[in-house]
Design a protein around this ligand. Structure first.
Ligand SMILES: Nc1nc2c(c(=O)[nH]1)N[C@H]1C(S)=C(S)[C@@H](COP(=O)(O)O)O[C@H]1N2
Ligand SMILES: [Mo]
Length: 373
């Protein structure tokens, strides 16, 4: 099916009653160059990539001020007192109109999960496999792990009287692009969240304040920020974000356009790219993650030598990430460190990644260049 036909399932524009102000700059938080690669020029949206070396000083969670940002429009300013969430559509018995206090009064849960852009690692299609994919040239910094606090989306859908015939839920945002990404009702009821807290604090403006969606284990495009509406339908729903973009197409996928959901196993070193180290012994650290299971083993190989086991330490939450380290006696010259993780389902990071035209889901092992002085 072509994407034009797909769009017949689009739901109509809803005149938003919420007062939305734009910010002075594209983002609200500062982007110190030691923590971020700044892509806020608007060419591919308003984005900031976390530098992996900036995670070396952090604990298990990514602090909000170092968390990557991926936005298709500048950050809107929405007062919690003005914010409303409308839950409606043929898939529910009754329309709900909820305020911030209503959401806070519902049962609360906190979960630690990774949020990762589907395009994370895209630059490696070119750098490792010699074929450039269009879109933002993310290295591996479009991921973060946070503790998200909110109420299960199921709490809200149940109060709206979700029907047995309900099929898809379209979360819609209040920012300039009116972002929409549908998900099946089963997933919405299973573990999707309406989130107002990040790492124990109020959700920051750039990450969706007052309330965003978090869809655990799915590519972050489903985790709609500044959510203002949940449209529940008895049919499949479509928007540009599951027909034009964020689909797997081309390469082995041929003409098909498969809306992407979960991602593979990946690893990154907490070092600059390229890294420069003094000669001598170093503890090299990094993190690996997988949406399908906790990380069970991490191997590393220097300059193509046999794989050795890295030591996993600290928390290893399923759907978040695992930290690991190994000791390396660095000799002067140019080196390349490769890291390969395996998750508890036995999923192994591949050496090469099958091509798709939009450059999503690069989960291959990458060679990290290290210059030793
Ligand atoms: N309203 C809105 N929600 C959005 C987006 C957006 O542009 N607007 N981008 C999506 C994409 S593609 C990603 S990767 C994540 C990024 O979340 P973060 O900026 O909090 O890291 O938000 C998702 N939700
Ligand atoms: Mo994304």
């Amino acid at each position: 099916m072509k994407s034009a036909e797909h769009k017949t399932g689009e739901v109509g524009r809803w005149a938003r009653p919420v007062k939305v102000q734009t910010t002075d700059g594209p983002l609200v938080k500062p982007l110190p160059p030691e923590d971020f690669v700044d892509y806020t020029d608007g060419e591919h949206g308003y984005n900031a990539e976390t530098r992996w070396e900036a995670l070396a000083q952090t604990g298990y969670l990514t602090p909000a001020e170092k968390f990557f940002v991926r936005s298709h429009a500048p950050t809107p300013r929405i007062a919690a007192s003005d914010w409303r969430l409308r839950v409606e559509g043929p898939g529910v018995e009754r329309t709900l109109d909820l305020g911030y206090e209503d959401i806070l009064s519902l049962p609360a849960v906190s979960v630690t999960r990774a949020l990762e852009c589907a395009g994370n690692g895209r630059v490696f299609f070119e750098e490792q496999q010699g074929r450039q994919a269009p879109g933002l040239p993310w290295r591996l910094g479009a991921i973060g792990v946070a503790e998200w606090t909110g109420t299960p989306m199921a709490e809200v859908l149940e109060r709206a009287g979700v029907k047995r015939t309900a099929r898809d839920v379209m979360a819609e945002s209040l920012d300039g692009v009116r972002m929409r990404r549908p998900l099946p009702v089963e997933k919405a009821m299973q573990d999707a969240l309406l989130v107002y807290g990040m790492n124990g604090e109020e959700l920051p403006p750039d990450h969706g304040y007052p309330v965003r969606v978090i869809v655990p284990d799915w590519a972050a495009v489903a985790s709609v920020k500044w959510v203002g509406r949940l449209h529940v339908a008895e049919e499949r729903l479509f928007s540009p974000w599951n027909t034009d973009d964020y689909v797997l197409t081309g390469g082995d996928f041929g003409e098909e356009r498969i809306p992407l959901t979960s991602q593979g196993v990946k690893s990154a070193l907490e070092l600059p790219w390229p890294a420069r180290l003094r000669r001598g012994r170093h503890e090299i650290r990094g993190r690996s993650w997988s949406a399908s299971g906790a990380v069970s083993r991490v191997g590393y190989s220097v300059d193509g030598r046999p794989w050795r086991e890295a030591r996993i330490f600290g928390p290893n939450v399923r759907g978040a990430w695992a930290r690991w380290c190994f000791s390396w006696d660095a000799r002067p010259g140019g080196h390349e460190i490769r890291v390969r993780a395996v998750d508890e389902d036995g999923l192994v990071q591949p050496d090469a990644v099958g091509w798709n035209d939009l450059g999503y889901l690069y989960d291959g092992v990458v060679g990290h260049p290290v210059e030793v002085l």
